[in-house]
Design a protein around this ligand. Structure first.
Ligand SMILES: NC(=O)c1ccc[n+]([C@@H]2O[C@H](COP(=O)([O-])OP(=O)(O)OC[C@H]3O[C@@H](n4cnc5c(N)ncnc54)[C@H](O)[C@@H]3O)[C@@H](O)[C@H]2O)c1
Length: 107
């Protein structure tokens, strides 16, 4: 099963559609900071398959641990990030400052 972080976003929603159409199992993991839950309903209407969705933040290690125990994940497509480089790595806000190279690790 593929873990698709940021699966409700611009690229992620297209990847979700492609995976659904290919019949491959995947789980969308997204905190919806830059996307809307409604996009997943529209994806389900178009593809005929409701994606498995878990709401959470990639910086939350405990949630990721629970996710890995709940699903047999053997691949990760990591698309959860801020759109702009400035937001992913050089932001000065309380959340942005915790990013390291856009991967989501805490400092
Ligand atoms: N769109 C492009 O042309 C493009 C080009 C090159 C690289 N990228 C990179 O690819 C990634 C995805 O781009 P996109 O255009 O789909 O962006 P997007 O903002 O549309 O999608 C990102 C998704 O990740 C989610 N997200 C953000 N932070 C999160 C977090 N901490 N935990 C969980 N979910 C989180 C958002 O809610 C959103 O649904 C970004 O890192 C972006 O920098 C995009």
């Amino acid at each position: 099963m593929i873990l698709l972080t940021g699966g409700a976003g611009y690229i992620g929603s297209h990847m979700s559609m492609a995976l659904a159409e290919a019949g491959l199992p995947f789980v969308v993991f997204d905190n919806f900071s830059n996307s809307q839950r409604g996009v997943l309903q529209r994806m389900a209407q178009i593809s005929g398959t409701a994606p498995t969705v878990v709401e959470g933040d990639v910086r939350d290690a405990q949630t990721l641990e629970q996710l890995s125990q709940a699903f047999p994940i053997n691949a990760v497509w990591h698309l959860a990030g801020s759109e702009a480089v400035g937001g992913s790595g050089a932001g000065t806000g309380p959340q942005e400052s915790q990013w390291m190279s856009g991967i989501g690790q805490r400092q």
